[in-house]
Design a binder for this molecule. Structure first.
Ligand code: NAD
Ligand code: DAU
Length: 332
């Protein structure tokens, strides 16, 4: 089992995973990616070659998917429309890629009898109160809030049903908020870092009291690889690194690390339906597969991420003006 098909491998987490797999294993990798606005081949260019090839295509293209499926041993499925704000403005691509695209992949995987790993999000569980002592576990009921999270929840349920009804050899993982290199600048942390680098004040939705549970993308990758290699078929694993922070705290860490006054940000229009808090209990993954995160110091991880965006301006600079224009038109 050493041929891996990685969908969405030119996106943020997918590209970090491609680097992780090439650097830490002997898998031969095929990346399937449609290169939407969120995909960037430059993120994996340095590893393409003997052990990694790139195929430009859509996960909804069943002929292409069938052809790639027959030449692989395991599929790791990252491809998705991933941004909540976009899903509020135009949900259609989320239904097409996250639901119908996942359906196309699992139909093909079951026909070919291939091992499948589905990447999902903690947002399928809805949100928690700020003072709730409980965190999400594998048995928390599904209760998604946004068009994005409801399409991810739908895809999870499809995968689970294919395991039970058709014996699909699949595992699932639901992870909390990722940060690190190669993240699109529409997302919270890279938006604020590139704002400061562009002379724009960071923008915080609503009160800034919303809490996210941050994990470095490389820790997400190491967890996924463990699940792919040692996870039990049919099981779901929650991935998290005990990194709860309010949005206000995150912006202050970024401003401080970039030598700016920690109050030089603006409050802007809140997100409709904005989830209040996510928090993951990853005990199952830690106990049953002996996984631990490496990036346990958030401030150090943020400094490394700031350094990456500072040294790789050509990777993001062309998109900055249009991303900010879109946000401005929404009052954000
Ligand atoms: P991203 O938006 O950065 O990347 C998505 C990638 O998928 C892009 O390269 C894009 O071109 C590709 N893609 C989109 N539609 C496609 C299609 N129809 N066919 C082929 N390729 C297509 O997303 P991300 O943040 O890297 O998220 C990756 C996965 O991880 C998603 O499934 C997401 O739900 C999940 N996830 C993300 C986070 C997070 O914090 N970003 C946390 C937990 C789970
Ligand atoms: O929890 C996992 C999820 O994390 C993934 O499934 C999603 O794909 C990923 O995008 C992320 O979703 P969020 O909506 O939590 O991430 P986002 O980066 O869009 O926003 C993080 C928080 O910051 C959220 O509370 C909204 C807020 N925010 C966001 C932006 C872009 C701001 O305050 N200001 C901003 O400019």
């Amino acid at each position: 089992m050493n041929r891996m098909l990685i969908t969405g491998g030119a996106g943020f987490i997918g590209s970090n995973f491609v680097h992780h797999v090439i650097n830490n294993t002997d898998y031969h990798v095929t990346v399937l990616d449609a290169l939407t606005y969120a995909g960037n081949k430059a993120s994996i260019e340095s590893v393409l070659g003997d052990r990694a090839v790139f195929v430009h295509g859509n996960i909804g293209d069943s002929e292409l998917v069938d052809r790639l499926m027959s030449g692989t041993d395991v599929i790791v499925h990252f491809a998705a429309e991933s941004h909540n704000d976009n899903s509020l403005n135009n949900p259609r691509p989320f239904v097409d890629t996250n639901i119908v695209g996942t359906f196309t992949l699992i139909e093909s995987a079951r026909r070919h009898g291939k091992r499948f790993h589905h990447i999902s999000t903690d947002e399928v569980y809805g949100d928690l109160e700020l003072n709730d002592p409980n965190r999400f576990t594998e048995s928390t009921p599904y209760n998604p809030s946004s068009p994005y999270s409801s399409t991810k929840a739908s895809s999870d349920l499809l995968v689970r049903a294919w395991v039970r009804s058709f014996g699909l050899q699949a595992t699932l993982s639901n992870c909390s908020n990722n940060y690190g290199p190669f993240q699109h600048i529409e997302k919270f942390i890279p938006r604020q870092i590139t704002n400061v680098l562009s002379g724009i004040r960071p923008k915080i939705y609503g009160t800034g009291n919303n809490v996210r549970d941050w994990i470095h993308a490389d820790d997400h990758s190491s967890a996924v690889l463990k699940i792919v290699e040692r996870g039990e078929i049919g099981e779901t694993y929650l991935i998290g690194a005990d990194g709860e922070k309010s949005n206000l705290e995150v912006v202050q860490v970024i401003l401080d690390a970039m030598g700016q006054p920690t109050d030089s940000f603006d409050f802007v229009e809140d997100r409709s339906g904005h989830d209040l808090r996510y928090a993951i209990d990853s005990s199952k993954l830690r106990t049953s597969l002996d996984w631990r995160p490496r990036y346990t110091n958030f401030e150090e991880g943020i400094v490394a991420t700031i350094t990456w965006y500072t040294e790789n301006r050509s990777w993001w600079e062309n998109d900055k003006r249009s991303v900010e224009e879109t946000y401005r038109s929404r009052g954000q």
